[in-house]
Design a protein around this ligand. Structure first.
Ligand SMILES: [Zn+2]
Ligand SMILES: [Zn+2]
Length: 345
């Protein structure tokens, strides 16, 4: 079968590798239909690492996948051959302290698709996953929804970790697919005011269409000033969704005393700078987000009910053979790209 493998910084090649086989009784073999490109895939493509997770070439990334089941192990109950499934990329051990306390996203022995040292990604024609990672796509849900359920689940989880946003004034700093996922999840929960910032005006226009009440571009306006002109007391919850120091600084600035700062973005640097005086005097709560746990099903059900319409997240499509063009497009933020999808057919 074919696998699209990273072979160096900003380099990838289509390679021929053996098809994976079922090993465990709960294994499911899936023929990939679609894979969404994630910001983290791009970090591996352009930098060869995220923090201490370093790529050893050749390596396949990709973890926002959906496909069709082609073969199942003898104990699999949840899915059958022919079913379309969303793929949860995390494969926890289900035995460690973290797994036993319901935190299987921080499993001590976690294997995650497309994460160096853990598991190859799903930019290949077939993969084998444990059945716990397979979520059947019901009703109106397509494999696109299945793929989008991965970033959307992070939005749903981030909102959950914020302690709830119903009727609250919230900010979303960085409106890529994750910022957008937070927006959709917060809208579904009934958040009141949305202040959205991004450096790309086209993204701000999309945010306005999706219900942002105020937007700002930090390249040409003072974010805090803009917010306080409209919302004098400041915001209840701010989601940092771009991994930029200046966004962290702005978040602290625009939160009201007692506000919550939810840090979802993945920075390219090693240390955040958090202003002591402002965070302390305002008694800001800081919550970091590590992917998500148990939020794939809620994300799928929001899409199935039509509460969340994510079609406008997908802006570009490429065939599997054109994966490199897709990665370059996303890496360079070209052509107003939000989410680029890789199609296998
Ligand atoms: Zn992702
Ligand atoms: Zn575990």
């Amino acid at each position: 079968m074919k696998a699209m493998m990273l072979t160096g910084i900003r380099q990838m090649e289509m390679k021929e590798i053996p098809e994976p086989q079922l090993i465990n009784k709960n294994d499911v073999k899936i023929r990939m239909s679609v894979v969404g490109i994630c910001g983290s895939d791009i970090h591996y493509y352009t930098m060869g690492q995220i923090g201490s997770q370093i790529v050893e070439y050749p390596f396949t990334v990709g973890h926002e996948g959906a496909g069709v089941v082609v073969e199942v192990g003898s104990e699999v109950e949840r899915v059958s051959p022919g079913d379309s499934v969303a793929i949860e990329p995390a494969m926890p051990c289900w035995k460690c302290d973290q797994c036993l306390s319901g935190r299987h996203h921080t499993c001590r022995k976690l294997r995650f698709l497309g994460c160096p040292g853990q598991a190859e990604g799903c930019l290949m024609e077939y993969i084998v996953m444990p059945e716990q990672s397979c979520f059947p796509l019901k009703g109106r849900l397509t494999t696109d929804h299945g793929s989008i359920s991965e970033p959307l689940a992070i939005g749903v989880y981030s909102v959950k970790k914020s302690g709830g946003v119903k009727m609250k004034k919230i900010g979303i700093l960085g409106y890529g697919p994750i910022g957008m996922s937070v927006m959709h999840a917060a809208t579904a929960e009934g958040a009141d005011t949305f202040f959205v910032t991004d450096k790309i005006n086209r993204r701000l226009a999309i945010a306005e269409n999706s219900g942002a009440t105020l937007t700002g571009n930090p390249l040409n306006e003072d974010i805090a000033e803009k917010l306080y002109n409209k919302e004098a007391p400041g915001l209840d919850v701010v989601f940092e969704c771009c991994g930029q120091q200046e966004a962290m600084d702005q978040a602290i600035e625009i939160l009201k005393p007692g506000g919550k700062l939810i840090v979802v973005g993945i920075p390219e640097f090693d240390n955040w700078i958090v202003n002591v005086e402002k965070t302390r005097r305002k008694e800001i709560s800081l919550q970091f987000i590590r992917r998500q746990v148990d939020c794939v099903e809620p994300a799928l059900s929001l899409m199935e009910k039509g509460t969340i319409n994510v079609e406008n997240m997908i802006t570009h499509r490429f065939h599997f053979s054109q994966t490199r063009e897709a990665f370059d497009l996303v890496a360079d933020y070209s052509d107003g790209v939000m989410k680029a999808m890789i199609d296998f057919v």
